[in-house]
Design a protein around this ligand. Structure first.
Ligand code: MN
Ligand code: MN
Length: 288
């Protein structure tokens, strides 16, 4: 018997029923404030993922030894974000109801709100760890409250004070930083205090959101709002491996805009990040 040729992310070929992790794409970029194109990230990552290995020498683990289902890309509408966010929330809720771990591929960072709505419903004590160049704490951007520039403020609306921990932040309005002091934990520029924060969050349900512009543009130019002064890939990897032993109940990667980096290196970096994230989370799953 022959199999259908359906392209998944490399090594993510499990049936849904046996999967512990579910990846899916949320190709939405309508509120992107500068250069759109993140809607192409998931598709591009699937095809480019065949340029990387399934084996991780960092973790001595292989995607072929774990069970990941690739749900493909959600068919999200263009324009106003509410319907797209609802579809992301519904899809995430189904994964959670089936006892599996959702890992979303954005899309612009606003898609995180859709997933967090579902995850916070199941885990009311949810905490968020955010790697990002931008605070994303505006209450509105050009009058729009549902914008990728406001996504973490919208998550705060759900979770409240003391639940959000952001790292690598080096861009935002002065008022965002002022507001943030009273409501979220912000480490500017680096991930140096991550271990301390992780030790405080042991046992708590945690959602990890990785905005790829946390990386330096020299490492990752393929993003809509590049911001100089970012971290290296190795620092990001160390951050993921530091967070992964926590009780991670959902995660996403976002803001890859593949066509902005004609070399393909940003997409390859995103693929490698996803591989490491999946392998790290799977360990966590076995520990739970
Ligand atoms: Mn962001
Ligand atoms: Mn950002």
């Amino acid at each position: 018997m022959l199999n259908r040729n359906i392209e998944t992310f490399i090594g993510c070929e499990s049936e849904y029923s046996e999967a512990e992790l579910v990846i899916f794409g949320a190709p939405y970029d309508s509120t992107t404030s500068y250069r759109p194109g993140t809607r192409f990230a998931g598709k591009e990552m699937r095809s480019e993922s065949f340029g990387i290995e399934t084996y991780s020498p960092y973790q001595d683990k292989d995607l072929l030894d774990i069970h990941v289902f690739d749900g493909g890309e959600l068919e999200l509408p263009f324009g106003g974000p509410e319907r797209a966010l609802d579809m992301i929330t519904d899809y995430t809720a189904r994964i959670l109801a089936d006892g599996k771990l959702p890992v979303m591929i954005g899309g612009e960072h606003l898609v995180t709100l859709g997933a967090v709505r579902a995850v916070a419903e199941k885990y009311p004590d949810l905490h968020i760890i955010q790697f990002d160049a931008h605070a994303d704490l505006r209450d509105d951007y050009l009058g729009q409250q549902l914008s990728h520039a406001c996504v973490i403020h919208r998550c705060w609306d759900i979770l409240g004070d003391g639940r959000i921990f952001q790292f690598g932040i080096r861009s935002g309005d002065r008022s965002e930083f002022e507001w943030g002091k009273d409501h979220v934990y912000t480490e500017k520029f680096t991930l140096d205090t991550l271990e301390d924060i992780v030790s405080q969050l042991e046992g708590k349900p945690v959602y990890l959101t990785i905005d790829f512009d946390v990386l330096d543009p020299s490492v990752f130019p393929g993003t809509g709002t590049p911001e100089a002064g970012g971290i290296t890939f190795n620092e990001l990897l160390k951050g993921i491996l530091t967070v992964a032993p926590l009780n991670i109940v959902g995660a996403d990667i976002n803001e890859l805009s593949p066509k902005l980096d004609a070399s393909g290196a940003s997409t390859a970096t995103a693929c490698k990040t996803l591989r490491e994230l999946l392998l790290a989370l799977n360990t966590n799953k076995e520990m739970k």
